[in-house]
Design a protein around this ligand. Structure first.
Ligand code: ADP
Ligand code: MG
Length: 558
């Protein structure tokens, strides 16, 4: 076991759970994990407050798994999550963390899928139940005793659950749970409604809060790029084409990610290496020495492994995975700009991590400007710039040393010096794409993340375009579907998936019953089944999304 996993071991979690997280490559507990795990293990009720992306799932999953009795084949732990997507994420995480615990099963219960298989899975003796409140209530109506054996309850993203209008369902669920149980509530924010729930349903809860302390940042040029999680490697490769760096350190969260990214970089010809907690001390020192003297240009590291690296050559820090807190962000980017040199720090942000970006900006008191991926033209320009820079110093000597050879080759090949130079270039650049069309082919566009903030800040002209679009003839509707209108649009900060989540969860529809969702500026259009529409609209009457009433009604285009 590495010394770093000791960070988890010292918290007292079950050895089999420890083995599972070692296998996924976590090196040390995140701050919320370090604080919450002992509290939950000790059996206390708890309120945990931390931003998205800080590792809350493991913060409750690891201690809860350590407290489960695999011998008892009945629901012992209930986790409530606001949406089907989040419930599935949590269930998958539990499966991973429980992979070395024989006899422990996980069942996910959510709307939009038939109830039968979910019930059957439950009856097969799973101890862990992950559910959205709406669907769990449906199950409770069929089986009141469903939750009678539950000993631990986790409310994940409690503020989101309330925003989605699950208050009443939560009350029904609380009433169906045994009084003597452990309750843990996680929330990014603690509005009045959450405090009320805590007061009513938690017993002497301990508060665990990851408070963001103000940080001072060295004068480093900072930027962020919005990107989908599965596009990170492509984005890093593209960025490296145009960034002029000397040495670079890239931060990721897991050992596996250090290996994957370093491998991808090496494959592209970069002098890159991975640095993680599994790498022996002497090897680690060799890597850092190589970075210092230029045998390596890029090191891909976890926070633990990068501790204490001080290499003046480092001009760039790439935060490929989000740091857990602003403190560690500041720590990471402090690796560049050493000894008064210029430094540049880049942060990749996935859509769900936007909040953390805002926290970092607030805590550091600095704006982290948004940048976009360079296009093919910029990549091409950068390649030609680099080629020019590489040739420049050779010009002076080459004609006297190789001039005669050149004459002999042109004569022998019967070609012009231009044709020969072109052939030599091709050979020297190893088939690298050096025309626009080639670069375009090689660099397919990385899907961009649409930022709601930007959408709101669009220029007047594009606003006009938006209006124009809204007047365009509507798409024909599929058989049996009608178009409905919700009184919420992009300017309310919602996206199609928020609407989808709310309708799936509260309307109890199957995913494929919902057709196209178009989010316009001030309203949205949703295709719903005509059959049972009135009942559905009734069910959704009080539904709120992003704190506002959905006000869903049939839309008549005339
Ligand atoms: P939250 O619920 O706070 O939004 P998650 O629990 O979804 O955050 O975790 C975010 C990501 O961080 C996940 O990909 C998870 O695997 C990873 N992660 C969590 N804890 C650790 C850790 N100790 N070391 C490395 N990665 C971690
Ligand atoms: Mg979470």
């Amino acid at each position: 076991m590495t010394q770093e996993t000791g960070g988890f071991a010292a918290l007292g979690i079950h050895p089999a759970v420890l083995a599972a997280i070692t296998a996924v490559g976590y090196e040390e507990p995140s701050p919320i994990q370090a604080q919450a795990i002992p509290v939950i293990l000790a059996g206390h009720d708890m309120i945990g407050q931390a931003q998205t992306g800080t590792g809350k799932t493991a913060a409750f999953a690891l201690p809860m798994l350590s407290r489960i009795d695999p011998a008892r084949r009945e629901p012992q732990l209930l986790i409530l999550a606001p949406t089907r997507e989040l419930a599935l994420q949590v269930a998958t995480a539990f499966e991973t963390y429980a992979s070395q615990l024989p006899g422990v099963g996980v069942v996910a219960v959510y709307g939009g899928a038939p109830m039968g298989p979910q019930l059957k899975a439950l009856r097969q003796g799973a101890q862990i139940l992950v559910a959205t409140p709406g669907r769990l209530c449906d199950h409770l109506r069929r089986d009141e005793q469903l939750l009678s054996t539950v000993k631990h309850l986790v409310l994940d993203e409690a503020d989101e659950m309330l925003k989605l209008g699950f208050m009443e369902d939560l009350e029904v669920i609380f009433a169906a749970l045994p009084e003597s149980r452990q309750t843990v509530l996680f929330s990014a924010t603690l509005p009045h409604s959450i405090r009320e729930i805590a007061e009513k349903h938690l017993h002497e809860p301990q508060h665990v809060k990851i408070a963001a302390k103000t940080q001072t940042v060295a004068r480093i040029d900072q930027a962020h790029l919005m990107v989908h999680a599965d596009q990170k490697t492509a984005a890093v490769l593209r960025l490296l084409e145009v960034e002029e760096f000397d040495a670079l350190i890239a931060f990721v969260r897991t050992k596996q990610a250090t290996l994957d990214l370093a491998g991808a970089l090496e494959a592209k010809g970069y002098k890159a290496a991975a640095l993680n907690g599994d790498i022996a001390q002497n090897q680690r020192e060799r890597v850092i020495e190589s970075l210092k003297d230029g045998r390596l240009d890029i090191v891909v590291a976890t926070d633990v492994a990068a501790r204490g690296i001080d290499v003046p050559r480092i001009t760039h820090v790439f935060n490929v995975d989000m740091p857990y807190d602003p403190e560690s962000y500041v720590h990471r980017i402090g690796r560049t700009g050493r000894a008064g040199r210029d430094g540049r720090a880049l942060l990749l942000v996935t859509p769900r991590e936007r909040r953390m970006l805002q926290v970092i900006e607030r805590v550091t008191g600095q704006k982290v400007a948004e940048v976009h991926l360079p296009g093919a033209q910029q990549v091409l320009d950068a390649r030609i710039r680099k080629l020019t820079a590489a040739l420049q110093p050779l010009l002076a000597e080459s004609e006297s040393s190789h001039g005669e050879l050149l004459d002999r080759l042109t004569a022998g090949l019967g070609c012009s010096p231009r044709a020969l130079a072109a052939a030599l270039l091709r050979k020297a650049t190893n088939g690298q794409a050096l025309t626009l069309s080639e670069v375009e082919r090689e660099q397919p566009p990385v899907p961009s993340v649409s930022a709601p903030r930007e959408r709101r800040e669009r220029s007047d002209r594009s606003m006009e375009r938006g209006v124009h679009r809204e007047r365009r003839a509507p798409m024909p509707l599929p058989e049996g579907r009608v178009r409905c209108r919700a009184a919420l649009g992009a300017r309310d900060g919602i996206a199609a998936k928020n609407l989808l989540g709310a309708i799936l969860n509260e309307g109890g529809l199957a995913r494929d019953a919902i057709g196209r969702i178009q989010v316009r500026d001030s309203f949205s259009l949703i295709e719903l089944p005509e059959d049972g529409l009135e009942r559905l609209l009734g069910k959704l009457r009080d539904t709120r999304v992003a704190g506002k009433q959905l006000k869903l009604r049939r839309y008549r285009e005339d």
